[in-house]
Design a protein around this ligand. Structure first.
Ligand SMILES: NC(=O)c1ccc[n+]([C@@H]2O[C@H](COP(=O)([O-])OP(=O)(O)OC[C@H]3O[C@@H](n4cnc5c(N)ncnc54)[C@H](O)[C@@H]3O)[C@@H](O)[C@H]2O)c1
Length: 239
């Protein structure tokens, strides 16, 4: 469970643990990850922390190895870690900003999937949940690298189904709309109000409203859902 130190990832990790999963909490931020482990343990769940930069294939391989050595098998993998760039017109995006967003939001998910698949096949099957975004379906002003990576994550999710459904491996992409996490902290009040009204429900979402759904779609009885994109968006994509 990557990016589990804060926001949406922490909520997903807490819901996984509540549902009975033994969780490896992975994050770049050690203190934040340790706090998620503490919250899970305090609630009676089982979790361990593993420092992970998803932009590093080596870290991601070590993360899967940690899950296998600690708990013996992998049933569910969730690629959640992601970052948003400062809003920048497309023609003004420099190589450094482009590469940074690609390396975390796209390379990170690819490294994850590549490491998860052998473990899931060995397990006789399992599911990979990729946290994309509404911006995996539509564009948004100033967000070109983010939009490109999230569309690609939706594509990679379909490809897992095409290549590995016959081995029992499923994949699903979830698409949150704007959720109240640290990622949205830099918004000024006017932008925040505009974003509220962009959702038919009239507000941004809570991390809890994503975590509960992700835990549900990761359950073993969702076996005939594969390669799908599920919006969790208060109706954002309906208009
Ligand atoms: N917040 C939103 O409005 C929103 C909407 C749609 C999709 N998402 C997606 O949900 C996911 C989680 O976003 P969030 O809002 O909870 O963000 P957040 O900033 O609140 O938390 C992200 C977590 O990921 C960790 N992280 C960052 N870079 C990392 C890396 N290279 N390796 C490992 N961990 C790393 C951070 O330390 C942090 O704990 C992201 O993929 C994001 O794109 C967020």
């Amino acid at each position: 469970m990557t990016g589990a130190g804060a926001g949406i990832g922490r909520s997903i990790a807490l819901h996984y643990a509540k549902a009975g999963a033994q969780v490896v909490v992975a994050d770049l931020n050690d203190d934040a990850g340790a706090e998620t482990v503490r919250l899970i343990t305090e609630a009676g769940g089982v979790a361990q922390f593993q420092h992970t930069d998803v932009a590093s294939a080596k870290d991601t391989d070590s993360l899967v190895a940690k899950a296998l050595s600690t708990y013996g098998k992998l049933d569910i993998a969730c690629n959640n870690a992601g970052v948003a760039p400062p809003a920048t017109p497309l023609a003004e995006i420099d190589d450094g900003l482009w590469r940074r967003i690609m390396s975390i939001n796209l390379d990170g998910v690819f490294y994850g999937i590549r490491a998860h698949i052998p473990a899931l096949v060995q397990n006789g099957g399992g599911v990979i949940v990729n946290v994309a975004s509404i911006l995996g379906q539509v564009g948004f002003p100033g967000m070109a690298p983010y939009v490109a990576t999230k569309h690609a994550v939706v594509g990679l999710t379909k490809q897992v189904a095409v290549d590995y459904a016959d081995k029992g491996v499923g994949a699903i992409a979830v698409g949150p709309a704007f959720i109240k996490t640290g990622m949205e902290d830099n918004l000024d009040p006017a932008s925040r109000a505009d974003l509220d009204t962009a959702h038919p429900v009239g507000r941004m979402g809570e991390p809890e409203e994503v975590g509960s759904v992700v835990a549900m779609v990761s359950a073993p009885n969702w076996t005939f859902v594969n390669g799908a994109y599920l919006p969790i968006d208060g109706g954002y994509l309906t208009r």
